[in-house]
Every structure is written in C-alpha cells, then in structure tokens.
Design a protein around this ligand. Structure first.
Ligand SMILES: [Zn+2]
Length: 429
C-alpha cells in the first residue's frame, strides 16, 4: 500500500514536471495551426513580390518607419505622422482585408514606408514567422493581403531506449517536449508508464518536423509509434486523418487507443483517498465504504467529463454538495461531487469526453477542496482506477481501407526502422 502510494506520488510528480515543461510549447501550439499541413494556399512567387525587391523599382527611395503598437493604440497612432493621416486611416478601413491592419494587438510591429511627400506607400507586419500582412498603394487605392511562407514538413524517425525516464529518453531522441508529451498521451490508456515500463524498454516514432527555409520551426504530428513494454509487449499507434482532420490514433487492428472513459477526470496533483471498504469518514466520524476516488486539488481546478454522455443530474445533493452526474452509453454513469461551481452544460445536454463539467470545491461534507468521483456500472459502484473501460469506437468501415493501407506501410517502417528515412510515400487514394 505504502509502495503504491509512493508510486502514485512519483507519477503525479512526473506528470506535473512534464506539464510544467510542456506549458510553453503547448501555449504556442495555436500559432502553429497556420501551417497545420505542408500545403498552404500559397499564391505563386510571381504574384508576391517581396518588399525589398519591390522597393528597388520605386523612382525615389521610400522612408521607412517602425512602429510598435502599445496599449490602447490603433492604426491611427501608427499613421499619425503621415500626411492626411485621418483620411488615410479611413481609406484603409474601407479597403478589402482592412481587418488585417485594423485589428492590431499590443506588440505588433508595423513597418511603414512613405514617399517624399510623406504619403503612405506601403506597410507590412509579421503576424508570425510564417504569416505576414501587407499593404501597398496602387493608384489611389490600398491593396491589402496576407502572405504565407511555405513550411516544409519532413518526416523523421527516432527511437530510444528508456533507461532513467521516458521523458529523458524522448529528449535524447531529439523530440520536442510537446512531442514527448503527445507520445505519452497516445499510450496513456494502454500502458502504465510508472509500473509497466522497465529499463531497456524502447520506443520508435515516425513524426513530422517543420522547417522554414531550413530553420527548424517545431515538431508536427506523430504519424506512428511503437512502444515496447516490460521487455516484450509491443503497443503501436497509427494516426488516422480524413480530409486533414484528425480522427484518432488506432492500433494495427484498427482498435481505438482511447477508451470510452478517461481514467482520471482531472489533471490531478495527488489522489487523497482511494476506493475502499470500511473507510473512516473524516467528517461524518463514522466508518462507511468509500465508493469513489477523492482527488485533492485546489478549488477551481477544472473537472472533465470522463466520457461522452448526457448530464443526468446537476444540483445540490446533501453531503455531496454541488454535484454533476453523467449518464453514458450503455450502463455507465459517472458522478462528480463537492464542486465549487458547475460547467456550462445543463441537465439533459450532451457532453463530450474532456468537456469541463465543473470545478473542484468543498461544498457539502468535505474537509478540504477535492473532487469526489464515482464510477457506476448498472448502478453498482466500481473502482474507476481499476475497472476495465470499454474501448472507444474502432476505425469506421468507411475509413478502413485507407487506414489499413497506411498502418501497414507505417508498421513495416517501424519494423525496419531506418533513422535516415526522410521521405515516405504518404499519398493514399
Ligand atoms: Zn469521496
């Protein structure tokens, strides 16, 4: 028991440190959606003169000004010094795509070019490393457009032996923190990373790396992965994408790697009380079964729906305080108690796995902020940390052929494993 507790604690620590390490890349993730796939709607080079070349064609050199947007500043501030400032700003606001320059954010850097009469001629702003906005005067109008740079996606393979920790192994293989985290997440249902992995276990991964003019931008998607567990068991993951939309990750048989339920409905710090019979209740001062799991966590910590379902109860429930109950497909029900407040979904509404249904609190009979979580099958309480969850949906019949082709190619790549591999045939009908 003591050992188990220690393990849990170690695991929690591991995940917290992972979560900490991962914070920055994850927050930046939205910026990367601009180059989600290797193809971007990209006008041809000829349609897109870059600024320096264009400037050469000017009769007279332009004056260049840099302007960084500060709090409460707008385009008017940026163009304060050009001639006919107000009129210019108005004219821009009436132009197509004007929002590119009127929705400015603090810290945006505008580069403004004016001619010798101090008339605005050009303006440009980098929104990210791959996206920039441009304005140029054409006759007496402003032409405003976006420019996406091409991002090259290269497919890489990496592998490592897991000795000290999964995370360190990932680092040694050259994976970004985000990719390491995503890789662990892929197998989180199948593998208990603390108890099952042993020294010498191995992972292999086929994933995307993104480059802008040979400069490494970041990792892209994981396409396939294999993890050897306990020296022999191999678990594999293959990505299924349809019309550039991620459908999910499946094993070689098309079984979903996700389960219908998350093991923990919270990114927990530590589990304060496990499912047990005859526990002494800390508030009621009497012994009774503890028919759920308590997750100690700060008030306000979000609580996620463990699986898809319908909110069947949302309200005060005696000693349970503010409670939400979700009814899931089949015979499953999950209960979340002592909430400080509820999520948005109301009784009778559908929720998806991972939706926030409430926040940790200590309403009802509770000695401190925690989530009391119950998992019921046919109305009978089961230990959510031990129960075998049903699988989420396998690959749909309509995608089966595509998936099988893809998985079989990826599978043989993983088996052969060629770290020099940089390009794979990825076009399937
Ligand atoms: Zn409890």
């Amino acid at each position: 028991m003591q050992h188990e507790e220690t393990n849990l604690f170690c695991r929690a620590l591991q995940w917290i440190s992972l979560a900490f390490l991962i914070t920055l890349p994850v927050n930046l993730a939205h910026a990367q959606t601009e180059f989600e796939r290797q193809t971007l709607e990209l006008p041809t080079q000829a349609q897109q003169p870059s600024y320096p070349t264009n400037l050469v064609t000017q009769d007279t050199p332009l004056n260049k000004i840099e302007f960084i947007v500060r709090r409460n500043q707008t385009l008017s501030h940026a163009l304060d010094n050009v001639i006919d400032s107000a009129q210019t700003v108005f004219q821009i606001s009436q132009s197509a795509n004007s929002e590119l320059f009127t929705n400015l954010r603090v810290g945006d850097k505008l580069i403004i070019w004016t001619d010798d009469d101090n008339r605005l001629q050009k303006m440009n702003m980098d929104r990210s490393r791959v996206l920039s906005f441009h304005l140029e005067r054409q006759d007496n109008q402003f032409h405003i457009y976006e420019n996406h740079k091409t991002v090259d996606t290269k497919i890489k393979m990496a592998s490592a032996n897991i000795n000290d920790s999964f995370y360190l192994a990932g680092e040694s293989a050259g994976l970004s923190p985000r990719t390491i985290m995503n890789l662990a997440d892929l197998f989180a249902w199948e593998v208990d990373f603390v108890r099952e992995l042993r020294s010498g276990d191995e992972f292999k991964i086929i994933y995307e790396k993104r480059y802008l003019n040979d400069e490494y931008l970041g990792d892209g998607n994981i396409l396939a992965a294999e993890l050897t567990v306990g020296g022999q068991r191999k678990v594999r993951a293959f990505r299924l994408e349809v019309d550039n939309q991620l459908i999910g990750y499946y094993d070689e048989n098309g079984q979903n790697l996700r389960k219908a339920f998350m093991r923990n409905p919270i990114n927990y710090t530590r589990i304060s009380s496990r499912f047990q019979r005859g526990r002494h209740h800390p508030v009621l001062q009497q012994t009774r079964d503890h028919r759920g799991v308590d997750y100690a966590a700060p008030t306000g910590t979000p609580i996620y729906a463990a699986g898809d379902g319908i909110i069947s109860y949302k309200g005060w429930n005696g000693g349970y305080g503010k409670q939400v109950t979700i009814k899931h497909a089949g015979r499953y029900e999950t209960v979340y108690a002592h909430l400080s407040r509820y999520g948005k979904a109301n009784r009778g509404q559908n929720v998806k796995q991972g939706d926030i249904i409430g926040y940790v609190g200590m309403t009802g009979l509770a000695t401190g902020p925690h989530l009391h979580y119950e998992f019921r099958i046919n109305g009978v309480h089961r230990d959510p940390l031990k129960v075998k969850f049903p699988d989420a949906e396998p690959v749909l019949a309509t995608h089966r052929r595509q998936f099988d082709q893809y998985a079989s190619i990826m599978h043989s790549q993983l088996t052969r494993f060629d770290p020099e591999l940089t390009q794979l045939a990825l076009n399937f009908e």
